[in-house]
Design a protein around this ligand. Structure first.
Ligand SMILES: Nc1ncnc2c1ncn2[C@@H]1O[C@H](COP(=O)(O)OP(=O)(O)OP(=O)(O)O)[C@@H](O)[C@H]1O
Ligand SMILES: [Mg+2]
Length: 434
């Protein structure tokens, strides 16, 4: 509640006192007495103001006493300050608790300013990244972690990308690095020790590669015998002969599965592609011819070569990936449908290879999962057409190794377009092709 009216009473009181004291005397002496009263009143207020100012300047701020309107103001001010101090103490305690928790996190945390200078780091960051909170605060992190992949990754500012790196302090440890944006253009670099995960992943890769490799020889032998049996129709009883085609078909499926698993294992074990110049128009022509053979006249196949550009990449890998897009279009488009194969410069820069079909189409919920291993929209149908569900997983891997990406547009009942988008850096434009 405000007491603004109290000073008014005081002024009126002084006036009344002056009036009573000078009753029957001259008006001038009345005014003088009133003015003197006001001056004393003003001096009183100035003194209270100076007390307040001294109190605000002091560090310890002892309790302030006062009366009237000042007593009330002092009381409220003190209460406000007490509350603020309490809030500050609580905020500081909360902050300290959070810092303590972050300090002892098992993941390394480094706060960087907008120029990538270290603002703060926790204990795990010191252990995993070999940084020091005593020595390295204020230093540019790129000068301290001198790894070309790390530099390229941090400068790319691609927050969705994580980086897998060996620890600079212990080479046998594998780290996964991630950037989290913070307010005021600061960022948080998070380093996780994924050594165990990487070991299990390597075990999985080796296991699949070894099993596939071991299966390859027996299945080749079985297929060889079945082919020989097929060539000697009279040498076997009728019942046995009847089953040979099915046995061949199923053995062929196993061989394709083994081949695809081995192809994936190979892609995973070699981090980089062996680059060469790939004649994309020739590759597109070859794929169109193969589509014709596979389709056996059931589809109308059209090739659009809108550019003569070539690609820097691995021709074998690109062939197997793009052939899968073409094979899928033939497989999943009913007879009478149209299939378009196109190689052109993309409007967003770079070049694109696309395969369009007027097939059954894919429901939107399946699209993000198509590149998962063994994922098939309709298992029965895919199996019937000989699919293993590894084709698009291979496509994804191959494109990733070429810094390219796969775009899928599809409408159920109308058809699909699968596009491989290659970045500009990999494209050799037609003008420079001799
Ligand atoms: N053009 C397409 N139209 C409709 N569905 C498709 C098309 N391409 C792929 N799909 C769906 O995506 C699934 C995954 O394709 P993917 O190429 O990975 O495997 P697959 O063709 O079944 O077997 P694989 O290629 O290993 O022989 C397919 O099973 C099919 O359901
Ligand atoms: Mg396929």
């Amino acid at each position: 509640m405000s007491f603004w009216w109290r000073p008014l009473f005081f002024v009126l009181g002084i006036g009344l006192a002056a009036l009573i004291a000078t009753a029957g005397k001259s008006v001038g002496s009345g005014w003088m007495l009133f003015a003197a009263g006001l001056v004393i009143y003003l001096i009183y207020h100035l003194r209270q103001l100076s007390r307040l100012s001294a109190w605000l300047d002091s560090n310890d701020r002892p309790p302030l006493s006062g009366d009237g309107v000042w007593g009330d103001a002092f009381y409220r001010l003190e209460k406000l300050l007490r509350e603020r101090r309490g809030l500050q103490r609580k905020t500081a305690a909360d902050l300290e608790q959070m810092l303590e928790a972050t300090r002892s996190l098992p993941d390394g945390v480094v706060i960087l300013d907008q120029e990538n200078r270290i603002v703060w780091l926790n204990d795990a960051a010191q252990r995993l990244l070999g940084l020091s909170s005593k020595r390295d605060l204020g230093q540019f992190v790129l000068y301290l972690l001198r790894n070309s992949r790390f530099v390229e990754w941090l400068m790319s500012e691609d927050l969705a990308r994580t980086l897998t790196l060996e620890s600079p302090t212990a080479r046998e440890h594998t780290l996964s690095l991630q950037i989290v944006p913070l307010p005021r253009r600061q960022k948080m670099l998070v380093a996780r020790d994924i050594t165990e995960l990487a070991r299990v992943e390597a075990m999985r890769r080796d296991f699949v590669a070894n099993v596939s490799h071991e299966l390859r020889t027996p299945i080749t032998v079985i297929l060889g015998f079945l082919e020989a049996f097929e060539d000697m129709p009279d040498a076997h009883p009728g019942e046995f002969r009847k089953h040979i085609p099915l046995m061949r078909e199923q053995s062929d499926r196993i061989r394709r599965l083994v081949d695809d698993l081995l192809a994936l294992a190979k892609l995973e074990s070699e981090p980089e592609t062996r680059d060469e110049t790939v004649d994309m128009p020739a590759l597109a022509r070859r794929l169109a011819d193969e589509a014709e053979t596979l389709s056996q006249g059931r589809h109308q196949i059209k090739l659009d070569l809108d550019c003569q550009a070539r690609l820097i990449g691995n021709s074998q890998e690109l062939y197997s990936a793009l052939a899968n897009l073409v094979t899928n279009a033939v497989r999943y488009t009913p007879a009478g449908g149209r299939i378009g194969i196109r190689w052109n410069m993309s409007e967003y820069g770079g070049a694109s290879f696309s395969v369009t079909d007027t097939g059954e189409g894919i429901e939107a919920q399946h699209i993000p999962r198509l590149t998962e291993r063994f994922y098939r929209v309709d298992r029965g149908r895919s199996r019937a057409t000989g699919g293993t569900g590894l084709g698009l997983a291979i496509v994804k891997h191959v494109l990733q190794r070429h810094q390219a990406r796969l775009k899928v547009d599809s409408t159920v009942g109308k058809g699909s377009t699968f596009t491989a988008l290659f970045p500009n850096e990999r494209v050799i434009p037609a003008e420079t092709v001799a």
